[in-house]
Design a protein around this ligand. Structure first.
Ligand code: C2E
Ligand code: CA
Ligand code: CA
Ligand code: CA
Length: 279
């Protein structure tokens, strides 16, 4: 399966770059995928570094292509954005994540916040607020258990419009995380304007904590700034105990990464959570 995944990856990326016909073909099969419900969400645990408790789960989309096998999101999200299909796909992701969160609560899992990636195209489309309301009311999920992940660049465009949208979403009671924090624009003043709950420190900084003093300084600065602004800090892509050690020492609040678990299908995620409770 791993081999097939690799071939798939090459298959898609090479052709996207070289051949606009292939681009059309992927767009076409994406359209079919939406109809045939070929998508699934996998979930990656987010861990509180002080208590070791599970606090959340990031929902990450997977495409089970009937011929190509598992297609990773980096191979199709951009095309979904260009074709506008991301709106429909993104709506499905929101609804499915909310539905799953409620199903887990009903199954007796400790309540956790489910985090959903929102693409700029989806967010800026005008009826995003309505999509959130629909997902919440359909599922019955309390808004405080839903977090949306946005990148910095989404907020910095049309700041006033974004500000009022964010404020309305925050008034609903949902949470807001800045994804890939540190890789985007350098103006940090938006952190004062927007009611952000959490900064997700990009994995590119976390990766080289062990050997790159500059990455250490950046991570440390983000954690301190988050604390000063009363925001949660979460480190992404934590793979080693040494990285974890450093993050703990800096006072980083939460972590997510292969050290704990790769993203898992819902059934495996549930087993993981129950096993944590037994420890
Ligand atoms: P992201 O939001 O920055 O997600 C983090 C990516 O890092 C995920 O890749 C995750 O599987 C991977 N990851 C997690 N822990 C580790 C680790 O310890 N080491 C390493 N090397 N990687 C780790 P994935 O699932 O392939 O997703 C890639 C990107 O696709 C995401 O980046 C996000 O931008 C996008 N994406 C995923 N799901 C959705 C979705 O439902 N909607 C939208 N719009 N975008 C999505
Ligand atoms: Ca994310
Ligand atoms: Ca990220
Ligand atoms: Ca990313």
């Amino acid at each position: 399966a791993k081999e097939a995944g690799r071939n798939t990856y090459r298959f898609f990326t090479e052709q996207i770059n070289t051949d606009s016909l292939a681009h059309l073909r992927i767009a076409h099969s994406l359209r079919a995928a939406v109809r045939a419900r070929e998508f699934a969400l996998h979930y990656q645990p987010q861990i509180d570094l002080r208590t070791g408790a599970l606090v959340g789960a990031e929902a990450l989309i997977r495409w089970h292509h009937p011929e190509e096998g598992l297609v990773p999101p980096n191979d199709f999200i951009a095309i979904a954005e260009q074709t506008g299909l991301i709106v429909e796909i993104g709506d499905w992701v929101l609804r499915e994540a909310c539905r799953q969160a409620v199903a887990w609560q009903r199954a007796g899992l400790p309540p956790l916040v489910v985090a959903v990636n929102i693409s700029a195209v989806q967010f800026r489309r005008g009826d995003f607020e309505q999509s959130v309301l629909t997902a919440l009311s359909e599922s019955g999920l309390a808004p405080r258990f839903l977090e949306i992940e946005l990148t910095e660049s989404v907020l910095l465009h049309d700041m006033e419009i974004m500000l009022s949208l964010i404020n309305r979403l925050k008034d609903l009671g949902i949470k807001l995380a800045i994804d890939d924090f540190g890789t985007g624009y350098s103006s940090l003043s938006y952190l004062k304007k927007f009611k952000v709950d959490r900064l997700k420190i990009d994995q590119s900084f976390v990766r080289d904590i062990g050997r790159d003093p500059e990455d250490r300084a950046i991570v440390s600065a983000i954690v301190q700034m988050a604390r000063a602004l009363n925001l949660q800090s979460l480190a992404e892509g934590v793979e080693t105990p040494a990285q974890l050690e450093f993050l703990r020492a800096q006072g980083c609040d939460e972590a997510q990464g292969y050290l704990y678990s790769k993203p898992m299908p819902p059934e495996a995620f549930e087993v993981f959570v129950r096993a944590m409770g037994d420890e």
